[in-house]
Design a protein around this ligand. Structure first.
Ligand SMILES: [Zn+2]
Length: 331
């Protein structure tokens, strides 16, 4: 597989340099899996992600947090008894319950722990992550046993408000639907073996980070935002097909990737783990994470017209640089 890129030069008369001509190279890349394009801007084109005062955010939101302590028992919904008789699914410290907002036919929220209102990105341990992923896998299996037509499952996350989270208390979200989302459909329409060929192309291009067990991690050639990281989980198509070993290796890799985001200055991220329906025939399980941030006193979003309406990210974080730094963590 060839990964296509194209370079061009933008020229202005720069007021910061006495209106001398300034030429900047821009690289246009296209993701071979989705067709979505991306512009890699010269380093330093965009402001660095800004550290938010998480302690202060935690202080002001803890009192009314629905996921904290005993409150989670009183104010979060319960699963119907025919899906899960206990109403909520518990694995280790993780607690899973239905989402109040029906983002999917079956929509879940799973907190890492009722006791962890604040859990910065670099402090999520592989154990906490594994238990939370396992709770989502149990949820998906329970839903599918009850509703066999809902075959499109995913595990996702908005982590902290820059990524879209409305509740600070860290959590994952599960979605199980009778129809695929746009990206689930795009991946399922690809010829068999494309994801594996794509992974080889990323590794050949020097964007490999390393592996956790059988799971290979890469920095995306054409990211949807800053520092998109991807992984392929071989041998399974849907998240609930992962056994304890795969869940553990996925958790370990996610924590290494989140440590990398922390090192790059990011505090927030989005996550999606999706593939084809369970039982095979479709694409393997694909994992994607992208860093998120707000900027400056106006809390400027990191997503603008380009991302929302042109499906083309603009980032000055070079994927090859992400891979270079990330390899130290995965080594
Ligand atoms: Zn809380």
């Amino acid at each position: 597989m060839e990964l296509h890129s194209q370079r061009f030069v933008a020229e202005i008369l720069d007021p910061r340099k006495g209106f001398e001509p300034a030429r900047k190279e821009v690289e246009l890349r296209r993701d071979p899996l989705t067709g979505q394009s991306c512009r890699i801007l010269p380093r330093g084109s965009l402001p660095r992600p800004e550290r938010q005062d998480l302690e202060e955010m935690a202080r002001s939101s803890r009192e009314s947090c629905p996921f904290c302590g005993e409150r989670v028992e009183e104010v979060t919904p319960r699963l119907p008894a025919e899906v899960w008789p206990d109403g909520r699914i518990r694995v280790g410290e993780a607690v899973l319950f239905p989402n109040l907002v029906p983002y999917a036919k079956w929509s879940s929220v799973s907190i890492y722990s009722p006791g962890r209102h604040l859990l910065p990105i670099g402090q999520i341990t592989p154990g906490l992550m594994e238990d939370n992923l396992a709770a989502q896998a149990v949820f998906i299996r329970a839903v599918r046993a009850h509703d066999p037509d809902s075959v499109w499952a995913s595990i996702n996350a908005n982590f902290l408000p820059p990524s879209g989270s409305s509740i600070l208390h860290p959590h994952l979200q599960g979605a199980v639907n009778p129809t695929p989302t746009t990206v689930q459909r795009l991946l399922a329409e690809q010829p068999e073996g494309l994801l594996e060929a794509y992974l080889e192309a990323e590794l050949a291009g020097g964007r490999g980070l390393g592996s956790t067990g059988p799971i290979a991690w890469v920095a995306a050639f054409a990211p949807v935002g800053p520092a998109e990281i991807r992984a392929l989980v071989p041998g399974v198509a849907s998240p609930e097909e992962m056994d304890d070993h795969l869940l553990g290796e996925l958790a370990r890799g996610l924590c290494l990737a989140l440590g990398l985001y922390d090192e790059l200055g990011f505090q927030s991220f989005n996550l999606a783990c999706y593939g084809g329906p369970a039982g095979g025939g479709g694409p393997p399980l694909f994992v994607r994470l992208v860093a998120r941030a707000c900027f400056g006193p106006l809390l400027r979003s990191d997503v603008m017209w380009s991302e929302r309406l042109h499906w083309e990210a603009a980032t000055d974080v070079r994927p090859e640089e992400v891979a270079r730094i990330g390899r130290r963590r995965f080594a």
